[in-house]
Design a protein around this ligand. Structure first.
Ligand code: CA
Length: 281
């Protein structure tokens, strides 16, 4: 990005001086967790901000930004940090993307065409969607920050911001999120933990690629439901990625090999499903 002036992080939740995970705020370097070397090159930044989650390379972000230059540089910066980024340019498109895809985090501009960012966020929370949201905005009035956090944002950056800072904030929010307990999903001997992304099959750990995990998660989220190839392709790819004609089959084959040949059933002419066994919720 054409380097915008770096701004030191000053915001934290409710300005209480304590982050959601109970640590002191980022501007207090004495809060760095003892015994870690994170941030040796940035001594003023605490480990909580600089530590990278192990799964970062698998993280998929939705960027909602109508300014082409800002959007382009933010997307490039986050891609260099190893994130997969889908970029939409208005509020309605954001809602459409969220309805069709699973994202780990949303970066949300407030001043947007078609639907304001705050309205998108409020609606999302009203529906019970807990996706982490970082607001990006040119507005720096205190009332806007408060309204954003009240509407359910997890963090907040005021433009112009530094891309390194953005990346650090995103990682911090994702880290807090992954510390939150989410119930494990168990289907037919398979247990999948959406928070830690750990998978076991009849008690044995299973190692999956990011896309294999995403595909499996789609099935076990809705056991008994038939998912079409198109639905599965959407789980596998960002909007601007090419999808090979037999890609879904390739991943299904891989999952069957790692689990059991009949774990995922073909439903002729319609798609695939993981059947719901009797006695499982
Ligand atoms: Ca805007």
């Amino acid at each position: 990005m054409a380097p915008v002036a770096a701004k030191r992080p000053t915001l934290n939740h409710a300005d209480s001086g304590v982050n959601a995970d109970g640590r002191r705020a980022p501007d207090d370097p004495t809060s760095v967790a003892a015994g870690t070397n994170f941030g040796a090159d940035r001594p003023n930044w605490p480990a909580a901000i600089l530590a990278r989650p192990a799964m970062e390379g698998d993280m998929r972000l939705l960027l909602v930004e109508d300014d082409a230059m800002v959007g382009d540089s933010v997307r490039q910066g986050l891609r260099q940090d190893g994130f997969t980024v889908d970029w939409v340019r208005d509020g309605r498109s954001a809602e459409l993307a969220l309805a069709n895809e699973v994202y780990d985090l949303m970066l949300l501009d407030l001043g947007l065409p078609r639907k304001e960012g705050l309205a998108v966020l409020s609606e999302l929370r009203r529906r019970g969607n807990r996706i982490p949201v970082v607001i990006l905005t040119a507005r720096d009035a205190v009332s806007d920050r408060v309204r954003g956090l009240d509407a359910g944002a997890d963090d907040y950056l005021v433009k112009p911001f530094d891309l390194d800072e953005l990346g650090a904030r995103v990682r911090a929010v994702l880290r807090r999120q992954s510390g939150r307990a989410e119930p494990e999903i168990s289907v037919n001997g398979l247990t999948l933990n959406p928070s830690t992304r750990e998978v076991t099959f009849h008690g044995s750990p299973v190692t999956l690629s990011a896309r294999e995990f995403r595909l499996l998660e789609a099935f076990v989220d809705r056991p008994g439901a038939v998912l079409s190839r198109e639905q599965l392709e959407e789980k596998l790819y960002g909007w601007d990625e090419e999808v090979g004609s037999n890609t879904v089959e390739v991943y299904i084959h891989a999952l069957r090999k790692k689990l059991a040949p009949d774990f995922i059933k073909n439903v002729r002419g319609v798609g695939y499903m993981v059947p719901k066994m009797r006695g499982e919720a």
